[in-house]
Design a protein around this ligand. Structure first.
Ligand code: AMP
Length: 212
């Protein structure tokens, strides 16, 4: 099953995608995670992406299409994949359509996480992320130990107020049109109310994905 998760930053795509991946027994691919790991390792991909990411801008489509192609042609993703934040522009959606067609597959469902901007600013500005495992947490201050491992919690540079506002602008301008593109292409687009307890939202996710 190939699942595309769409929604603004902080809408819970990553956390819910992780749970959905575990339930389906398939990997989750987050381009944000791939790019952050590349930036931390100082690879040329990471160095190219870092400036865009720190400002909350999108990295160029060609970079994302490269990651997408490599990932989807790997045997690890043969049984399916949860694509978290991988599709953020119409050219990326078109690229994914072409890559999946080449391997005889198609996107099975698009899950759109809906939540208003004000709630997102509150969520993201209170979020810390483990520098080691990458998991997000709320209710902790930067510098605290990761509750789930050995790392330290930090505030992501793009969770600073200016970058948050820019990420939301970018979402509305560049990613929201992807929803209309998928609808126009006849895809199975399901809207998820992303407000509520994690378990409640996950029940909506599995119901919408048809795996409840
Ligand atoms: P995320 O962790 O999904 O919030 O992504 C963090 C940042 O990585 C984004 O603000 C972008 O700068 C970059 N990024 C991740 N995925 C994409 C994508 N599909 N297209 C463009 N930029 C991306």
């Amino acid at each position: 099953m190939i699942v595309v998760l769409l929604g603004p930053p902080g809408s819970g795509k990553g956390t819910q995608g992780e749970r959905l991946a575990a339930r389906l027994g398939v990997p989750k691919l987050s381009t944000g995670d791939v790019l952050r790991a590349a930036a931390a390792a100082g690879t040329s991909l990471g160095l190219e992406a870092k400036g865009y990411m720190d400002r909350g801008d999108l990295v160029p489509d060609a970079v994302i299409l490269g990651i997408m192609k490599e990932a989807l042609s790997s045997p690890a993703h043969a049984a399916g994949v949860i694509l978290d934040g991988v599709v953020r522009t119409v050219p990326q959606a078109e690229g994914l359509r072409d890559v999946t067609a080449q391997i005889g597959r198609q996107v099975d469902v698009v899950l759109l996480f809906e939540i208003d901007d004000e709630a997102l600013v509150t969520r993201l500005s209170g979020r810390t992320t483990c520098e080691k495992c990458g998991k997000p947490f709320t209710g902790f201050t930067p510098g605290a130990p990761c509750p789930d491992g050995e790392g330290t919690l930090v505030r992501r540079k793009d969770d600073e107020p200016d970058a948050i506002r820019n990420r939301l602008r970018v979402y509305h301008a560049q990613t929201a049109p992807v929803v209309a593109w998928y609808r126009g292409a006849g895809a199975n687009v399901q809207v998820i109310d992303a407000v509520g307890a994690l378990d409640d939202v996950f029940a909506r996710v599995t119901g919408a994905a048809g795996i409840a």
